[in-house]
Design a binder for this molecule. Structure first.
Ligand SMILES: [Zn+2]
Length: 450
């Protein structure tokens, strides 16, 4: 299928392109990029007024298959991802069974290919059964057909410094990444929300910022000691952002992500006692939200990752203390980024002019926001063909969106099997129009094609 995307504003962080350009796609690949292209026999897709960019990349999702297909499946999660503008997602290994061996990661990758809505790059577990006792067969997963290049015990921290050190040393041989969920569990036993004024007032057990920052500090020291590649999941506190900034300045091989709920919501949301706002790490304070925004603006935080965590209604719609932590994210991440990071001050003006150099605190120009959703996450791992460039010869993995269209989040209309979005009823700007995976529409005019 030959497609000519005409008249859109092409924002490609990999080539620093930002301007109106046509994109010609043939046989799954980008063939030509430039103004006023003509191509006999190509179907013309009018992108006037829209933004075209590389397909979005999500480093951190939970697709719940195998084991909890009542909450989400690789198919429903892939559909939510495509509708969110994504062409690549990285599911975490905390499934049942745990993805701690070649068989499970190969099954997840194969199911992703079969569904065919996004490329699925599974993350393998660091320790057997995520029990934190002995290393899983990292080499076997790396050599498997799934070619795993990232390992994590996410959901849980790697408690023992010795094991994290071993993993960082061992994975140097195949240049893989260890992604840690930074939480000192001895400080968060029974914790229900961020520890601060609100938790004190509500009488809920607190999850102190120090429990995240201590582990971030430890992890950074071990990355420095071993020379291994460390990635920090869902950074949520100002202190953690500062630690990453200082480590990067002294050359530690570290990358880091932040989740949309951590740059949009605060612990004040817990006052509702609605467990849809319960998440791990928890929603923090306003100063932390500002620090996360600033970390994304200056590149301390490389990527926006959703930590999409669907839960079945009977599990999540219970009293706060009994509810599992986690929120949906795939269909709202782009719009939250545009509304909250780009359009904070003056949505019309900043979206339309949006060059990178806006220096208001916590404010990102449109190209920078797109970088944190595409090339930034792609750089944290090996995800061939994703994150750009949008250039001749590259696979045509693309998202096309309307940067100013307003819409209201309706949990009943999301493609996920679960309903636990904390953004139900919220009006956002920025709507995905088309998503292309290797030149085929996975989403067209806002509709999933499968
Ligand atoms: Zn986590």
């Amino acid at each position: 299928m030959k497609l000519l995307l005409t008249g859109g504003r092409l924002v490609d962080p990999a080539t620093r392109h930002d301007g109106v350009a046509d994109v010609l796609v043939d046989d799954g690949r980008v063939v030509e990029v430039g103004p006023g292209l003509e191509a006999a026999g190509a179907e013309v897709v009018d992108c006037d007024g829209l933004v075209a960019c590389p397909g979005l990349v999500d480093l951190h999702v939970h697709l719940r298959e195998p084991g909890r297909e009542d909450a989400e499946t690789i198919e429903t999660g892939s559909r939510a991802a495509a509708l969110g503008g994504y062409t690549a997602v990285c599911p975490m290994p905390n499934t049942d069974p745990v993805a701690d061996n070649a068989g499970v990661v190969e099954m997840v990758a194969a199911r992703g290919r079969e569904v065919g809505l996004v490329d699925v790059f599974p993350v393998g577990a660091v320790t057997l059964g995520q029990r934190g006792v002995e290393l899983a067969e990292l080499g076997a997963m790396a050599r498997s057909a799934a070619r795993v290049d990232c390992f994590s015990d996410d959901g849980l921290p790697i408690r023992e410094a010795r094991l994290l050190r071993l993993a960082l040393e061992y994975t140097r041989a195949f240049d893989a990444v260890i992604a840690d969920h930074a939480e000192d569990a001895s400080l968060t036993d029974g914790a229900q929300m961020h520890e601060g004024e609100v938790s004190a007032m509500l009488g809920l057990a607190g999850w102190p910022a120090a429990a995240e920052e201590m582990v971030v500090a430890r992890d950074l020291l071990l990355a420095q000691l071993t020379g291994g590649r460390l990635h920090l999941c869902h950074v949520s506190t100002g202190g953690a952002v500062e630690l990453v900034r200082a480590a990067k300045a002294r050359g530690v091989r570290v990358t880091a992500e932040a989740a949309p709920h951590h740059f949009t919501l605060t612990d004040e949301a817990a006052r509702s006692y609605d467990p849809v706002f319960k998440v791990n790490p928890p929603l923090r304070e306003k100063a932390d939200v500002e620090a996360v925004r600033q970390g994304l603006a200056d590149g301390t935080l490389d990527a926006i990752a959703t930590d999409h965590a669907p839960h079945a209604r009977e599990d999540k719609e219970v009293e706060w203390a009994a509810a599992p932590p986690g929120m949906l994210g795939l269909q709202t991440a782009l719009a939250l980024s545009l509304t909250e990071l780009v359009g904070q001050a003056d949505p019309e003006r900043s979206v339309q002019t949006g060059a990178g150099g806006d220096t208001r605190p916590g404010h990102l120009g449109l190209p920078t926001a797109i970088e944190r959703l595409t090339a930034g996450p792609a750089r944290c791992r090996r995800l061939p063909g994703h994150g750009g460039p949008v250039a001749p010869g590259a696979p045509a993995n693309l998202a096309v969106f309307d940067p100013v269209a307003a819409w209201t989040v309706d949990r009943a209309k999301l493609a996920s099997r679960a309903r636990n979005t904390p953004f139900h009823g919220r009006q956002l700007r920025g709507r995905v129009v088309h998503t292309l995976l290797r030149g085929s529409f996975t989403v067209r005019d806002g509709q999933a094609q499968r």
